[in-house]
Design a protein around this ligand. Sequence first.
Ligand SMILES: Nc1ncnc2c1ncn2[C@@H]1O[C@H](COP(=O)(O)OP(=O)(O)OP(=O)(O)O)[C@@H](O)[C@H]1O
Length: 495
Amino acid sequence: MGSNEGTELPVIVRVLDASASEAARTAAVCAKLAHACSDPILYTDSASCLQDLADKSTDILIIDLETIGGDEALEAYAVRCPKSVIMAVSAKGSVSRAVSAMRAGAHDFLTKPFSLDALASKVSFQLEQRRPAIKSAPAPIEPMPAPAVIERPVPVERVNIQDIEVTGHSRLIGASAKMRDVHEQISRMAPSQAPVFITGESGTGKELCANAVHDLSERKSNRFVTLNCAAIPRDLIESEIFGYMRGAFTGATDNRAGAAEQADGGTLFLDEIGEMDLLLQSKLLRFLQTGTFQRLGDTQTRKVDARIICATNRDPVAEISAGRFREDLYYRLHVLPIHLPPLRERRDDILPLAAAFLDRYSGEERRSFKGFDADAEARIIAYAWPGNVRQLENTIRQIVVMNDGVAVTFDMLPIVIRDQSSRPNAIIDLSRERARVPVPSRPFGAIEPLWAQERRIIEDALDAFDGNIAMAAAALEISPSTIYRKRQSWTARSL
Ligand SMILES: Nc1ncnc2c1ncn2[C@@H]1O[C@H](COP(=O)(O)OP(=O)(O)OP(=O)(O)O)[C@@H](O)[C@H]1O
């Protein structure tokens, strides 16, 4: 989230320390920074602090390393408030601790107990030196201190966002504000070794995003191995991840390395992680904790260095509450989160994506399409795209295969997209539809399945009432429980 950089607004300070008295003591430093600071906001637990960092402005974050479980966890905070000054504090101070905290994103480090003046000096120094645009207190209470004893290591060079657009198969198209944020997160997270946790509806580009993280990391010359936990029968997932020895089970005629070994030095992408059963989740947790595992039927313990990226289209917190996802595994994996917004929430991306797909498939199918006419364009932008980018891509491909011309016209769009019934309460003119599209020419894929129509109508109604289920249900003349039930069934279908 942003900060108040470059404005006259007061400096916003957040303090995270499990000990309320320590937090209050640390926060008292703000009084020493005089009028430019607003009252500091104190947190004794990580979850609420992380939430606020994601949603609200922060200029200074003072963070107790013991509270967050060590400097490894610091990175998640640095990612959430990239423009803020981060001061790490710890009761277990040492030079190596300070260096690793600063490598993980802290700007400076203090050993507890510290004097308030010392902290005030360091914070003032950071405001003056590193973030000159912040209007801080006129002067620190002590003479300006010398730079911190420990030099901040040179930060890992940030990858230019433009690179994402030209990196091989990692063509994550999208210049909307929301996608620019995603690009920014990818470029910050790529150089790290920490696990990345990608959420988003089906078809929003989670796998493409995982690919981009790998391609922009120093692991890019090694393998990116994908394992789709939903596509592999449950009893085979373990052998797919960890491999097996000959004779381990019927049909194991050879020794085989699993995905974890294949990804050694590279990235292991666990797609649809929400589908993994609980027993295997505990084995994965052990693997993440130790980096070691055994192939099925083997006594030898093996060690690999694979960066883990995982993705799910389920709500992980709801899955934990339902007892389907281990909380400890979630916290191990959910270090660097990326959320891919649905296409309907980034309408600016629709046309650039459609144009890119049109160009790609026109070339592949040797057609002459160069663009969309105004009516087609308007309808493509207005449509809700419940299947997200995948649906848009499939639609454009289908149009290209079934038609030819220079411009895609309104009549070439599948009925589901032309049809005004994609807005609630609209009347479908069936005679017009029949006249427009002779039945034999309608390709099979142009018929939207019933569940998808139902889903679109319900989601449109929810959009119309800002997500208020009771009001949407009333307008649709169904009960709210029907909406809850339908939503569960969509999740069950992994839609
Ligand atoms: N931003 C994007 N730019 C270009 N193509 C995209 C983008 N997002 C998605 N796609 C394309 O849409 C299709 C679906 O993307 P992807 O498989 O990454 O989605 P997903 O979120 O992982 O879906 P699922 O949850 O169903 O596995 C792919 O063909 C992908 O190339």
